[in-house]
Write a protein that binds this ligand. Sequence first.
Ligand SMILES: [Zn+2]
Length: 332
Amino acid sequence: MKSQIIMAFMVCLAFLILIPMAISIKDPITQPEVSDNSQDYQNSGEMTDAGLTIRLLSNGEVQNLTMEQYLVGAVGAEMPAAFELEALKAQAVALRTYVIYKQSFEKDRHSNADICSDSSCCAAWNSEDTLREKWGDDYDTYYSKILQAVNETDGLYLTYGGEPALAVFHSSSSGATEDSSQVWGTAMPYLISVKTPENEENVPGFVSSVTMTENEFMEVFKESYPEADFSAGLPDSIEGMIYDLSGRLSKITIGGIEISGTTLRSMYNLRSATITISFSGNDIVLTTSGYGHGVGMSQYGANVMAKSGSSFSDILAQYYPGTVLTKAEIQD
Ligand SMILES: [Zn+2]
C-alpha cells in the first residue's frame, strides 16, 4: 500500500516536471534562439553575423547574404575544411575583417556589391552546391565544422588604430611572411614580415619548380620588355639578384632590365617570389617555396600553430601584429 502511494506520487511529480518541459521545448520554435541572441546584442550595441548583410557579386549577380552565410561559403572556399578548428576560426575572423574593410574603405570597387567571389579581385566564395560537390560525403561534417568556426567568432573582426584592418592572407611562406610594401608598395604597420612555422613536411607542394628552355625564357621576357639585351646569352644576362629579409627575391636584372621579384613571379606564373634560378643543359629552372603573395596570415602556418595548441586569437596576433580583436557594433 505504501509503495502504491509512493508510485502515485512519483507519477504526479513526473507530470508536473514534464508538462512545463514540453512547453519550454516548444518555445524556441515560435521564438528562434538566433533572434533572441541578436536582440541581446542589439541591446548592448553589439552586432551578430546574423544581423550583418553582405551584398555579394557572384557569377554576374548580386545576392544579399547574412555575414554568417557569406562566411561559411568564403571560409569553405579559401581554406581546406580538414584544417584545425582554431585555424578555421582565424580564417573566419580574417574574412569577416576583410569584408568590413571593403565596406568601410572600398565602397566603389563594385558598383552595387560589397565584395565579389573572384579570388584575384576580392576573396573566393563557394555556393552550397559547389561545397556539396567539393566535399562529397564529408559535406555534413565539414559544413558543421565551418559553421562552428564562424559562430564561435561571431561578430569578431580585427582593428588597427580603431579602424578595420586589411586582413589579407595567403597559402604558405618559407620561414617568414612578407611586408606589404614589398608586394604592393604600401607599408602597413600590421602587414610586416613575421616568422611562420610551416615547411615541406606539412605543406603539399611546398617546393616547386618551373623548367623551360633558355630560349623560351628569353621569349617570354621579351614579350614584356622587347628592349631586353640577351646578346651575352644565359646565364650571363641574369645578374643582381637581391633578396629581402623574408628570403624573397626583391630585385633582379635580366637582359639589362631591373625588375622586382613579384614581377618575375607573375611573368612566369611562379607560386611565390621566394625564387632561385639554376641551369641544366639548355634549360633554366625557376624554383620557389611557399605559395602566394606572402602578406598577412599564412593559412598553412595557422594550421601548424593550431596543431601546436595556439588559439585563433594567438594566430591572428602572430600574423597581424598590433591589431585588436573587436566586436562588431551597430552603426548609428
Ligand atoms: Zn572584387
